[in-house]
Design a protein around this ligand. Structure first.
Ligand code: UTP
Length: 294
């Protein structure tokens, strides 16, 4: 029997060094794309996939991430009083059912694998999704929903994958692939950040996963991998053969918002999707394009 997918883990305990000084006193996941923080995009995406329980793996200086999902009574009362109904509606759409969000602390950022292991009590015996909020995906069907559908189809682990230029394989988790139907790819092996000459393919994992709870057993061994961190990729690789394991070529465009250029690109792409902003954004882009051409 395939268990329903109801849980998501959101690791947000990283240091965000690529985004200093913005991330000195503020979590990277609170950075807004247009007018919404990255963490809110992630929670909304998970909810659209039927996820009901959320666990944020947090660290020092990350309390705003949790408070963002509290009900701001005074603010809501003021907006109501002033007749700002649109802003009020937007705020209320962010309300989560009581008790659906929990946090665990990762006292030291020892790696993504270690962060997931910190959520072991929350995960228990259930399948779970992982969303890295700094990876933002613009798509017609939310990326986690695409993964959830693939999970119900295959009954095992599914990771979202995309082709990257070969010279960039040393930045990502890379798949060794078996049968490939163009959408779902059978995973034969996984390597974290291989050199281009050692990479088994150029299919890389992005920050969206559906995993089986057995991964915790392998994470518990605390084996250090690339960068001397406890790597999720290494523990996932040990599940191959034990449970079905597939990569899904998701539909959509992914932006690495932990990187300055990726973040800027996301601002433009998401703003162009907004009817209230697109005309003004198009106009200023034309001005910049003209200046560059001239
Ligand atoms: P990144 O590789 O982007 O690391 O982590 P980072 O520390 O956030 O950012 P940089 O590279 O220093 O700029 C990928 C995801 O894993 C989480 C991060 O919060 C991010 O969502 N993470 C990473 C943890 O929660 N704990 C860790 O120990 C490492």
């Amino acid at each position: 029997m395939i268990k329903p997918l109801r849980k998501a883990v959101l690791p947000v305990a990283g240091l965000g060094t690529r985004f200093l000084p913005a991330t000195k006193a503020m979590a990277k996941e609170m950075l807004p794309v247009v007018d919404k923080p990255l963490i809110q995009y992630a929670i909304e995406e998970a909810r659209a996939a039927g996820i009901e329980q959320f666990c944020m793996v947090t660290g020092r200086g990350k309390t705003a991430l949790v408070e963002h999902f509290d009900i701001a009574y005074e603010l809501e009362a003021t907006l109501k009083e002033r007749g700002k109904t649109d802003a009020l509606r937007e705020l209320r759409s962010n309300h989560l059912p009581p008790g659906s969000i929990t946090t665990v602390r990762q006292q030291e950022p020892l790696g993504l694998g270690h962060a997931i292991w910190c959520a072991r009590a929350f995960i228990g015996d259930d399948p779970f999704a992982i969303l890295l909020p700094d990876d933002l995906v613009l798509s017609d069907t939310p990326c986690t929903k695409q993964l959830a559908d693939a999970y119900y189809e295959t009954g095992g682990c599914v990771v979202a994958v995309t082709e990257v230029p070969r010279e960039q394989t040393n930045r990502y988790g890379i798949l060794d692939i078996g049968h490939d139907d163009g959408r779902l790819v059978e995973v034969r092996g996984l390597v974290e950040k291989p050199k281009p000459e050692d990479a088994p393919s150029n299919l890389s994992i992005i920050g969206r996963y559906v995993l089986m709870p057995q991964v915790i057993e392998f994470l518990s061994r605390m084996e250090r991998g690339a960068g001397n961190e406890v790597q999720l990729t290494d523990a996932m690789a040990k599940l191959i053969g034990l449970v079905p394991f597939h990569g899904l070529r998701y539909e959509g465009r992914r932006f690495d918002c932990g990187d300055k250029v990726g973040f800027l690109e996301a601002q433009i792409a998401f703003a162009l999707k907004r009817p209230d902003l697109a005309p003004a954004v198009r106009a200023f882009l034309r001005t910049y394009a003209g200046e560059m051409a001239g």
